[in-house]
Design a protein around this ligand. Structure first.
Ligand code: MLT
Length: 264
């Protein structure tokens, strides 16, 4: 589906009925990483899946962008869809950074958080340096060079033999725009520490980790689960960084179980 929010084109999925469940993708990806979720969870929730600005079918727009901009975009889309009540906000990796920014900015609109393959802490100096190198790479060589560098870290070793899945992830990453990539990298590099946000959050929180996530070790998920007061941690076997695509059935099962305990 496509709409115009503040003169900017936004593409998204909106399927099912019930409590709104917003799925926010990671970097340098787009809403297609959630296809198995909007297909598999629409009998349990109203599943809303935007492309972040600069990715998929969503136009990057004008003006400065930080991690809060993406959270504002989610809020504006929900407004445009007439959703004023609380929603479950689910983010994977960079999507998790945005979910936490959303909770900071719109706490009255959050029923629960699902934080998958992500972390609450900010980038350290080495991480920031890595972002700057990736920005230079994207500007010099484009999205395919970024895809090439990231692809080996996206899926579990087991799924790396699944040529169809690997090709799908590559296609998604190669379709990203350079301005979208650069804005996302700058936003992630400069994002604040979300640990205080998580420490204050008392609504239900599901932390999902991939047992084979090469970007975020399990310890990162355990730290988040300890910080959030009302949390449960689910570790998905054989799941890499994009656990929603790597182990879609197990991911959906974890979310379905969690939804049973969340009221509107
Ligand atoms: C993502 O998957 O969104 C990114 O790899 C997160 C990050 O680079 O911090």
């Amino acid at each position: 589906m496509r709409t115009t929010v503040n003169a900017r084109t936004v593409e998204y999925e909106d399927v099912g009925q019930g409590i709104p469940l917003v799925l926010i993708h990671g970097y340098p990806l787009n809403r297609m990483v959630w296809q198995a979720q909007w297909e598999g969870l629409s009998d349990s929730a109203r599943v809303i899946v935007p492309d972040l600005r600069g990715f998929g079918g969503s136009v990057i727009g004008a003006g400065p962008i930080d991690i809060g901009t993406y959270a504002d975009d989610v809020r504006e889309l929900l407004d445009a869809l007439g959703i004023q009540g609380r929603a479950i906000i689910c983010g994977l990796s960079m999507g998790g950074y945005i979910a936490l920014a959303y909770e900071r900015r719109y706490p009255d609109h959050v029923a629960a958080l699902i934080l998958a393959n992500t972390k609450a802490g900010p980038d350290n100096e080495q991480g920031k340096e890595g972002r700057n190198k990736s920005i230079a790479l994207a500007n010099e060589k484009g999205a395919s060079a970024i895809a090439e560098a990231m692809l080996p870290k996206m899926l579990s070793p087991k799924s790396s033999n699944n040529t169809e899945l690997v090709a799908q992830v590559r296609r998604i990453m190669e379709s990203a725009t350079v301005p979208g990539i650069v804005a996302a990298l700058e936003s992630m590099r400069d994002r604040p520490d979300s640990t205080p946000t998580l420490l204050e959050f008392s609504a239900p929180t599901l932390i999902i980790a991939g047992a084979d996530d090469q970007l975020f070790p399990l310890s990162v998920a355990q730290v988040m689960a300890q910080a959030a007061r009302n949390s449960q941690l689910v570790i998905l076997p054989d799941a890499g960084h994009i656990s929603s695509m790597d182990q879609p059935a197990a991911f959906n099962q974890a979310v379905k179980e969690f939804l049973k305990g969340v009221g509107e």
